[in-house]
Design a protein around this ligand. Sequence first.
Ligand code: ACO
Length: 316
Amino acid sequence: MNGIKLIATGSALPERVVTNADMAKIVDTNDEWIVSRTGISSRRHCSGDECHTSLCLAAARQALERSGIRPEQIGVCLVATLSQDFLTPATACVLQMELGLPEDTVCFDLNAACSGFVYGLHTAECLLAAAPRKYGLVIGCEVLSRLTDFTDRSTCVLFGDGAGAAVVEWNEAYPSLHGVLGCRGNREALLVPGVNTKDHSYIHMDGQTVFRFAVEALPRCAKEVAGKAGISLDQVDRFVFHQANQRIIDFAVKKLKVDPAKCTGNISRTGNTSAASVPILLDELVSSGALTSGQKALCVGFGGGLTWAGGLLELA
Ligand code: ACO
């Protein structure tokens, strides 16, 4: 057995709170519809000088500070995102410079949409096994407000900006994450523009297709992780599910027959922050004492790609 444990977390949210009442001034919507269909009451949007890089840096610095790990001890730095400031240099390369990580740190950005952070944890676990230094920095960050079509009421109410970061340590004696990762390639369900923007300039989502995929993928992935780890779902201390829609989470909680008190989230305050959603929630749970040393969090992300990723992460 060998794997990673979570040493410390950090997060950063933009200052500006955008309420459902604010959204109703932009598109034909209302608080009742948004809350009942999604569970979202408000989200954060970047303003002023805030940007993807500044959110990433703030979350990473907080996690590093809390971990007591020095930058020169980091061997791997991964940023999960689909909304970075620059395609190159990768955000992870900017972090190497700003945080003073050693030049032989493996640094790159990773795009697995909302599954990105858990893809990043699994990737870090694999890379750290071969790295000379055994600490990794894994970040999920999005500025989806820059990719949002604010004339499309079915998508613009959903997304928010933010960053979450984790410092992890690899050790031969630590249990594996038991990562369960997968992909069912699909261009129609969820499309975010790249250099070929002739089809769509903003996030385009077929909400119902993604919803149907999510309610199947989330519980399946959670069960597979527990199966791989050889534990029952009752032995999990916390479930950290991607905050896409409260109805998706409620459906999964029912299907898995797990204690809803172990599945509390933050979607009402953050909206869907894609790759940042799992690490922001993880940070909230650690900071509030809801996840304590020795406890296990079963994390699951799902979304664009279509992708899914789950893993069992123990707090050191
Ligand atoms: N306010 C008011 N009415 C609205 C709004 C709104 N903001 N948005 C849509 N409606 C209307 C529609 O026009 C439609 O009206 P009609 O019946 O007159 O045509 C009606 O509400 C129902 O629309 P649906 O699309 O059927 O609404 P649904 O209940 O499916 O909810 C939603 C839509 C919230 C998008 C849901 O499908 C969903 O959450 N999907 C999953 C999203 C997700 O998980 N994404 C994760 C990946 S994101 C990523 O990877 C970046």
